[in-house]
Design a protein around this ligand. Structure first.
Ligand SMILES: Cc1cc2nc3c(=O)[nH]c(=O)nc-3n(C[C@H](O)[C@H](O)[C@H](O)COP(=O)(O)O)c2cc1C
Length: 260
């Protein structure tokens, strides 16, 4: 029997979620019988040009096809780049797993995804003194690259393993007291065959359904201790969340709107 979370099959989801993954998924009744907690998932997808997308549009559709998963297509939600910080913080606060889905652009993320991080993960809320809103949550990067895996080798044209480009993501998670889960990467987005893409999308959907019952999480340590980042180390920012030393102690949560 299929778990209830997968009751709605996504229209573009060519390959079904593997039955092995579904077998591990907690059925609602089963979950209550065995005290398996239901965990909330927030999937944030950022792609500046959907019409050109082969990989990420499939991931977006797959996520949307899974009942109970909160999905946000950032470039459709905020075409003017004006992020509703309070709304985003509410969505993040509700989630146990936060998933960033995007193509790799210049070894990093598309600009609206970066702005989302800048605005939403503010000092005093996500990190820094009294900033514990993300504590013990999980962060999962689901990324695609134009370069094939062989290009992400010391002898390849990218000169480094893909993991060499991830310390900024990892450290951001650490500062926010989150676990950085092993990324799910699709290499060679334009050259890989359809079967490889189908398998990638299936594995992604299977993981959303079965979270947190992933084999690789069993041995993984909990979230790292979050260091206290002093207010002096962040300038007064556009979201108005930070005061420099000596200024009045403005609420760290006064970041619900961007300063014009
Ligand atoms: C502005 C820009 C920058 C890019 N930078 C990289 C890069 O640094 N490394 C890489 O492997 N691919 C890079 N690519 C290729 C994209 O990552 C690739 O086209 C994308 O992952 C494919 O996903 P999609 O089919 O959803 O568009 C870049 C593409 C663009 C448009």
């Amino acid at each position: 029997m299929l778990p209830r979370m997968t009751a709605r099959a996504p229209s573009r989801f060519a390959t079904p979620v593997p039955t092995s993954a579904l077998a591990a998924a907690p059925d609602t009744d089963d979950a209550s019988r065995h005290d398996v907690p239901t965990r909330a998932v927030y999937v944030i997808v950022a792609h500046p040009r959907w019409r050109d997308s082969r990989v990420n549009r499939r991931l977006l559709d797959a996520a949307r096809g899974i009942e109970g998963v909160d999905v946000n297509d950032l470039y459709s939600t905020y075409p003017d780049f004006s992020i509703d910080v309070a709304a985003e913080q509410r969505r993040v606060a509700r989630a146990d797993l936060i998933v960033l889905v995007h193509p790799i652009y210049w070894y990093s993320m598309p600009p609206l995804q970066k702005l989302w991080l800048d605005d939403v993960l503010s000092w005093g809320w996500a990190y820094g003194h009294d900033g514990h809103a993300l504590a013990n949550k999980d962060l999962w990067l689901v990324a695609s690259t134009g370069g094939p895996q062989a290009s992400y080798r010391p002898e390849g044209y990218n000169q480094h393993e893909f993991s060499a480009f991830l310390p900024a993501y990892e450290q951001m998670a650490r500062l926010c007291n989150m676990r950085f889960l092993p990324p799910h990467v699709f290499y060679g987005a334009r050259r890989s065959d359809d079967a490889a893409l189908d398998a990638h999308v299936s594995a992604f959907a299977g993981k959303l359904v079965t979270y947190p019952q992933w084999p690789e999480l069993i041995a993984m340590a909990g979230a790292p201790e979050c260091p206290d980042i002093p207010v002096t180390d962040r300038p007064r920012c556009a979201t108005g969340a930070v005061e420099v030393a000596g200024d009045s102690n403005e609420s760290a949560n006064a970041n619900a709107g961007r300063v014009a």
